[in-house]
Ligand binder design. Structure first.
Ligand code: IPM
Ligand code: MN
Length: 375
């Protein structure tokens, strides 16, 4: 079966890491019988926005909805006010395709320096299931009292804030933003986590929230977690507050098997997770709609200061490609890619700067692609 993949290289280092990701996918295509891809590139990102004042055209959504998956580099550019590309492209796609799961494996691969003293690959290997369409990400909020009282279009409000702040300053001005948890939204994310735990033979699911303070929203989250957990009597469960979990991830990462958490906390704790798995250069993620079009990306950003240097570590993107194939049911190709990454790291000859070497982005892509080919 031919897998139709929409590719969005994006901004900054995005195109460089995506190029290596595709190199590796194509190597797998060459050697795995029955695995074929049909790639189509979409130029969404800063350049297009600055030239055409457009983020994603209507027909872009239509074309992407005919794909089996989306492979994304990174978004964000210093020439565009913060939030415009992230919200207008990345979050828009997550919401449009109802990618309600953000799956982020936290796995320390061999030969990767771990910043936690005395911890190795056997200690850092868990999944974070981040709910991906609710919580503080629903963009429900506003500003009142000051002149900026209407909800302005994002880029305009940022420009106004930047240039007119003093003129419009009003000490009474307030802003509010509301987090939303729905029973349905919580349930589908929590159920996904339990199914994943079962599937991967993990004995424990930890729910991370802040129900002691934000008891309306996370109180509902907890209720749903308790309800769903009854259907999985063989899986151990626990609740942890998000502040505490940042401490325990560092102290005893080996305790964690599967973690499920609302969107905002999931965003924060997976950057911490990335560090304990050796850095952002190694952390992939999947925005998953099990019944629809899913999108895979490294969890790092566009790192504009490294753009064009052929220096960034492409492994997060390569591993995101591996997750994509696994989601598409291309088991053999996915396994081959993960094994190739492990082999390259074990050999230790090709290492990018973030993991103590001086190899280039493309050298890392070449090395993994080569291993995929030889098997
Ligand atoms: C991430 C990013 C995004 C998020 C931003 C860029 C909108 O930080 O994927 O973790 O907050 O989800
Ligand atoms: Mn993030």
């Amino acid at each position: 079966m031919t897998q139709k993949i929409g590719v969005i290289p994006g901004d900054g280092i995005g195109p460089e890491v995506i190029r290596e990701g595709i190199k590796v996918l194509e190597a797998a295509e060459d050697v795995v019988d029955g695995f074929k891809m049909d790639l189509e590139e979409f130029n969404y990102g800063a350049d297009r926005y600055l030239e055409e004042a457009e983020l994603i055209p209507e027909e872009g959504f239509e074309r992407l909805s005919k794909k089996d998956a989306i492979y994304l580099g990174a978004l964000g550019d210093p020439r565009v006010p913060t939030g415009v590309l992230e919200q207008g492209i990345l979050l828009n796609l997550r919401f449009y395709f109802d990618q309600y799961i953000n799956l982020r494996p936290v796995k320390l691969y061999p030969n990767i320096p771990c910043p936690l003293a005395g911890k190795g690959p056997e200690d850092v290997d868990f999944y974070v299931v981040r709910e991906n369409t609710e919580d503080f990400y629903v963009a429900l909020g506003g500003r009142v009292k000051g002149k900026k009282s209407e909800q302005l279009e994002i880029s305009r409000s940022i420009y106004e804030a930047k240039f007119d702040l003093d003129l419009e300053a009003d000490a009474d001005e307030i802003a509010y933003q509301i987090g939303v948890i729905s029973r349905k939204g919580a349930e589908r994310a929590i159920r996904f986590a339990f199914e994943l735990a079962e599937d991967k033979g993990r004995e424990r699911v930890t729910s991370v929230d802040k129900a002691n303070v934000l008891s309306h929203v996370y109180g509902l989250w907890r209720e749903v977690f308790e309800d769903v957990s009854k259907e999985y009597p063989d899986i151990e469960t626990e609740f942890s507050f998000v502040d505490a979990v940042t401490m325990w991830f560092v102290k005893t990462p080996e305790w964690y098997q599967t973690v499920v958490t609302p969107n905002m906390f999931g965003d924060i704790i997976t950057d911490l997770g990335a560090m304990i798995q050796g850095g952002l250069g190694l952390a992939p993620g999947g925005n998953i709609n099990p019944e629809g079009v899913s999108m895979f990306e490294p969890i790092h950003g566009s790192a504009p200061k490294h753009a064009g240097e052929n220096r960034a570590n492409p492994l997060a993107t390569i591993l995101a490609g591996q997750m994509m194939l696994s989601q598409l049911g291309e088991r053999e190709a996915a396994d081959r890619i993960e094994q190739a990454v492990i082999d390259v790291l074990k050999e230790g000859k090709v290492r990018t700067y973030d993991i103590g070497g001086d190899s280039t982005t493309s050298a890392m892509g070449d090395a993994v692609a080569e291993k995929v080919r030889v098997g």
